[in-house]
Design a protein around this ligand. Structure first.
Ligand code: PLP
Length: 439
């Protein structure tokens, strides 16, 4: 039997709830079982909690830690920037350097704007699209997540994202609020469509194209099953949006700098009008970006669109971004080859062990980000099939996996960093094997 206990985390969680609403700073974190863990310290691919348990980390702070925890080079670079002042509300060289680097690396980027979170980047991208087109409606897709602002949030994970849901106020194409207190009016402008379905998109754009400002999509549906776009789908989205004078936004808050140095759009060779980038760009520091064509981004420049934020692009986060991009570009992208190799060894090993244990499941995705689920489906290629997985069984698996020294998100998404090694793979697969046997 395991010697794992979570007593100190549990006690701290109870203490925290006396002062901090829900005891956590982002609602999702409260769902962790057996209790939200309290971290003590972390380095590389490993994190330790206050009960003295150590885990190989595939949560990676929900994605940003592409260089792992407490990377010495990143820390030194950031400390050096901090010693000259953490923020000025004035301009500084770090902003120029990072913005310039983004325009070099991201194929669609002619101009960029920095914010502090993925949510804010999406807010700016939507505002730009509306100002540019003079239209107001936004197409988004079932199963995608674009942050928690009232303009775009629908519940997550989501019964209201079911196509043709009879529940609540959601109909096939109408989004329902994802939270109490959300403005329903803003969602009346959102058209919710099934993803990976070019005909549904074509129909919606034919019917309402003259009212639609933007189509926003994750390039890979990382938030619901790590599902890749069907061949030609994003290209079709590009053609249709262009035909109808609609801004195409790829939300690369997860994929940007995670799956390749040119983001998913660079990897897939699709040229959106705008991309939103977050998470990996800062390696754990709070920075995000909107990048895209000059003709749209100039609306910020000429003052048509306001883009605000006290701490946007400060020297600390700019230094972090600069270091991350340098590391990821080094040696012809060796970090990506490593993440690809390590991630794919894990994927193959997990598939093999599920097979041996006689547990039916699927692993979708590749290398740096993938999704593990228990399901009887042969393939999971859309949100409807994803919804048929056994989510409760996976959540139990994630909880038990902690006791084998592995930390994963309870929804099935795994992130790999550039500092995970074969040693972590071997330990993880051994832990997976033991845990599958306990399920
Ligand atoms: C695709 C996508 N867009 C936007 C966001 C929101 O980013 P943030 O949590 O930094 O506000 C997320 C967060 O997970 C995301 O996955």
């Amino acid at each position: 039997m395991s010697t794992f206990t979570y007593e100190r985390s549990l006690a701290k969680y109870n203490e925290s709830r006396r002062y901090l609403a829900l005891g956590v700073s982002s609602s999702l974190r409260a769902s962790m079982k057996p209790t939200p863990l309290f971290a003590q310290s972390a380095s590389g691919a490993r994190v330790r909690d206050v009960d003295g348990n150590e885990y190989i980390d595939y949560l990676l702070a929900y994605g940003p830690l592409i260089l792992g925890h407490a990377h010495p080079g990143l820390n030194n670079h950031v400390f050096a920037a901090m010693s000259d002042g953490v923020t000025y509300g004035l301009q500084h060289d770090g902003e120029i350097k990072l913005a310039c680097r983004l325009t070099e690396l991201l194929p669609c980027a002619e101009l960029v704007s920095f914010s502090g979170s993925g949510t804010e980047a999406v807010m700016l991208a939507l505002r730009l699209a509306r100002a540019y087109t003079g239209k107001t409606k936004i197409v988004r897709f079932h199963g995608h997540y674009h942050g928690w602002s009232d303009t775009i949030f629908t519940s997550f994970p989501s019964s209201d994202m079911q196509p043709n849901s009879a529940a609540g106020k959601a109909s096939a194409n109408q989004a329902a609020p994802g939270t109490g207190g959300q403005s329903e009016i803003s969602l009346t402008e959102v058209i919710l469509l099934p993803w990976n379905d070019p005909d549904a998109l074509e129909r919606a754009l034919a019917e309402q194209g003259d009212e639609i400002a933007a189509v926003i999509s994750e390039p890979i549906m990382c938030n619901s099953g790590c599902i890749y776009p069907q061949s030609g789908y994003l290209e079709r989205m590009r053609e249709l949006t262009r035909q109808h004078g609609i801004v195409m936004i790829l939300d690369e808050v997860i994929t940007g700098f995670r799956i390749g140095i040119g983001g998913a759009h660079g990897k897939f060779g699709v040229q959106p009008d705008l991309v939103t980038i977050g998470k990996a760009l800062g390696g754990g520091f709070a920075i995000s970006a909107v990048a895209g064509s000059k003709s749209i981004m100039q609306l910020v420049e000429n003052g048509t669109v306001s883009h605000l934020g006290t701490l946007n692009g400060n020297p600390v986060v700019a230094a972090a971004g600069e270091f991350i991009l340098e590391e990821l570009s080094r040696d012809g992208g060796a970090a990506y080859e490593r993440m690809e190799r390590i991630g794919n060894s894990l994927i193959a090993g997990i598939r093999e062990r599920m097979g041996t244990a006689g547990i039916r499941g699927i692993v979708n995705g590749s290398g740096p980000v993938f999704h593990v689920m228990f399901t009887d489906e042969e393939r999971v290629e859309n949100f409807a099939a994803f919804n048929r997985r056994d989510a409760a069984k996976y959540a139990k698996f994630a909880e038990l996996l902690l006791e084998a020294g592995v930390l994963v998100r309870s929804n099935g998404l795994w992130y790999v960093s550039a500092v995970h090694t074969e040693r972590e793979v071997a330990e993880t697969l051994e832990a997976v094997e033991r845990t599958l046997a306990r399920l």
